[in-house]
Design a protein around this ligand. Structure first.
Ligand code: A2P
Length: 269
């Protein structure tokens, strides 16, 4: 069975499975999703300033009655000309927290180093226990490491068997940067794949569980999104089975990125 928690390079412990709340509406929908996730045993919630739902995440965390140190909370700097440290203070107000566990630069707007001074300031103030990046390719990571006093602990990218960015994974591993997978189900598209379905049928699991499990066995921290109770529960029931070496090989071959070291085929920034 895979461990449910691992250590980042600075020793910060991070649960390897989290609920991603991208595209979950602020208000009832987001509060329900986070509440159901916490009831189902998730101890890691991944939000962002850009998602517009930090208030709901905060409300659900408070309503859960769980102690602050029992849940790992990530938010992301909506990159632009503003100061990341000041923006994190606004996030903390919305979340109702004194600090987040992880604060990421959402994407390398204006270049990979632009936000880092402010990110380090947020870390120094104790408002972010760890800092990192998202949507950074291998070259972006190298540029950032060239100037960083506090190195990024995490790079969160789109990752699945269909986006098996081996080059990026190797580059991050060499540099002690943990890789997190967003859209591990291909925002739902990969659930319909025949090979994924065949493996799921053989194992008596669902395609979503196969894809989440693949990310875990490939060493990723994985962030499936759902706003449905049954799916949230299902996506976390992945610690009592294993994909075989043959399953992994079949899934690995679905990669369409040619093992790229880039974060995205079509950046939006
Ligand atoms: P919904 O939120 O309506 O449940 P990704 O994590 O790759 O971004 O994928 C999220 C998409 O996959 C959402 O559209 C979500 O729908 C859907 N989804 C999440 N978990 C499951 C599941 N176990 N079975 C079917 N669809 C799922």
């Amino acid at each position: 069975m895979t461990a449910t928690v691992r250590a980042l390079a600075d020793g910060t412990e991070i649960p390897v499975l989290g609920l991603g709340v991208w595209q979950i509406r602020d208000g009832r929908e987001c509060e329900d999703a986070v509440r159901w996730a916490l009831e189902a045993g998730y101890r890691h919630i991944d939000t962002a300033q850009n998602y517009g739902n930090e208030r709901s995440v905060g409300r659900a965390l408070r309503d859960s009655g769980l102690a602050r140190d029992e849940v790992f909370v990530t938010t992301k700097f909506d990159p632009g000309p503003r100061d990341p440290a000041a923006e994190l203070e606004r996030s903390l107000e919305r979340l109702g927290l004194d600090a987040v566990d992880l604060y990421l630069v959402h994407w390398p707007a204006g270049g990979p180093t632009r936000a880092w001074d402010g990110m380090q300031r947020a870390h120094e103030r104790g408002h972010a226990r760890a800092i990192g990046v998202s949507n950074f390719g291998a070259a972006d990571i190298e540029s950032l490491l060239g100037v960083a006093a506090v190195p990024p602990m995490v790079n969160q990218v789109q990752f699945s068997p269909f986006e098996f960015r081996r080059g990026l994974q190797e580059a991050c591993e060499r540099r002690g940067v943990a890789l997190e997978a967003y859209s591990p189900l291909g925002t739902g598209r990969h659930l319909r794949d025949r090979e994924v379905a065949a493996i799921a049928d053989r194992l008596g699991r669902t395609p979503a569980q196969v894809l989440v499990r693949w990310s875990l066995q490939r060493g990723l921290i994985v962030l499936p999104k759902s706003s449905h109770h049954d799916r949230i529960v299902q996506n976390a029931a992945v610690f009592d089975f294993e994909l075989t070496g043959d399953d992994l090989t079949v899934l690995d071959k679905l990669d369409r990125t040619h093992g790229t070291d880039r974060a995205l085929e079509h950046p939006w920034w």
